[in-house]
Design a protein. Structure first.
Length: 62
């Protein structure tokens, strides 16, 4: 039983290696898309923070 328990971890490692190889083999545009989406999400969260800060600033003054 212990041998069958250790096998899934090896399979997981193999799957991770395969997934990594697939990611690396994908063309560069996907990385650029990821960077774009990440930057967009970051920008949106910063805007939300600024909006929240403004509203809390107003309520604090009031």
């Amino acid at each position: 039983n212990s041998s069958s328990n250790s096998k899934p971890t090896n399979d997981d490692d193999d799957e991770e290696s395969i997934a990594l190889a697939i990611k690396l083999s994908l063309n560069q545009t996907t990385q650029e898309e990821n960077d774009f989406l990440l930057a967009k999400a970051l920008q949106e969260s910063e805007q939300e923070e600024a909006r929240a800060r403004r509203s809390t600033g107003i309520t604090t003054k009031g």
